[in-house]
Design a protein around this ligand. Structure first.
Ligand SMILES: [Zn+2]
Length: 291
């Protein structure tokens, strides 16, 4: 063996094991709601007591998996799927790519639909999302529950995607892609500025003009892959501290109860105001107040 060959052996022994272990980690967090999934048009279809729930949860699972496949196409090394709707036990586990992990049920903590997120993630994706309560031409528009008329933080009325993006922003993670009805697509484009989006359907009054689920899944896979690849182009969503939440509720019992939350004030007939520097404390207050 000549000197040059020895150099090759040396490089093989030391550099190849190094390059194998130095693969860059890329973690993607996918929060999946159900109202914005292709085809869904009424709450009954998203409720476990509804006769068509089994059919639509299957479409939800395939649509969630389309985002998972897109993330892996873009080089993800770890993907967490957070089931975020109703019982948080909708997605059929065996329809999700075996490389991903699935987070089911509610933890009881303030991260809620974002449970599992932390600073180790690189990108967040929302699938099946819907517009905030009171949106025209939107499908099953609401904000967390039927009791909430409006959630605003620092004067900005927010859909669930906005509040959840603030939780991701707390950990420095940007939302790179949102799929749902046209109503939520318009709202996240206004809120986040730069974000990948895809509308599975367009509301016409309370009706829905939508795409075939397989068409939506194909688009979501490709869109998520593009967005994750260009994740450096997206900023984490944050606001200037303190976060001041103004919450308008329908139930007098909830407004009365919420007024006793430490630091909260009743600021109107249907209105509570709460301010804190930590968005997780604000989300905790929001959870207690809307009961
Ligand atoms: Zn939902």
């Amino acid at each position: 063996m000549n000197g040059r060959a020895w150099i090759v052996v040396f490089l093989s022994l030391f550099l190849f094991p190094y390059s194998a272990t130095a693969q860059e980690e890329l973690k993607v967090f996918i929060s999946v709601d159900m109202e914005g999934i292709a085809g869904v048009v009424v709450s009954e279809e998203c409720s476990s007591s509804g006769p068509d729930y089994g059919y639509f949860r299957r479409i939800m699972s395939h649509e969630a998996n389309a985002a998972v496949l897109g993330a892996f196409d873009a080089g993800a090394t770890e993907v967490v799927v957070r089931d975020s709707h109703g019982s948080a036990r909708n997605i059929l586990p065996d329809l999700i790519d075996p490389r991903a992990k699935l987070l089911r049920d509610w933890s009881g903590g303030p991260k809620g639909m974002m449970e599992g997120i932390d600073e180790s993630f690189d990108a967040v994706v929302f699938v099946g999302y819907h517009a905030r309560a009171g949106t025209a031409d939107a499908i099953i528009d609401h904000t967390m529950s039927g009791n909430v008329m409006d959630l605003s933080i620092n004067g900005q009325s927010l859909p669930e995607a906005g509040a959840n993006a603030l939780i991701a922003g707390h950990f420095g993670v940007p939302v790179v892609y949102v799929a749902g009805d046209q109503g939520i697509v318009d709202q996240v484009e206004d809120l986040f500025g730069s974000v990948g989006t895809f509308a599975t359907k367009q509301g016409i009054g309370a009706s829905s003009l939508g795409l075939h689920p397989e068409v939506a899944q194909k688009e979501i896979r490709a869109g998520v892959a593009d967005a994750v690849r260009s994740r450096a182009d997206f900023e984490p969503f944050t606001m200037t501290k303190p976060y001041t939440m103004v919450l308008k509720l329908k139930s007098e019992a909830s407004v009365y109860n919420g007024s006793f939350f430490p630091g909260a004030q009743r600021t109107g007939d249907w209105e509570l105001t709460f301010s804190n520097d930590n968005i997780l404390n604000v989300m905790y207050a929001f959870g207690v107040m809307r009961r």
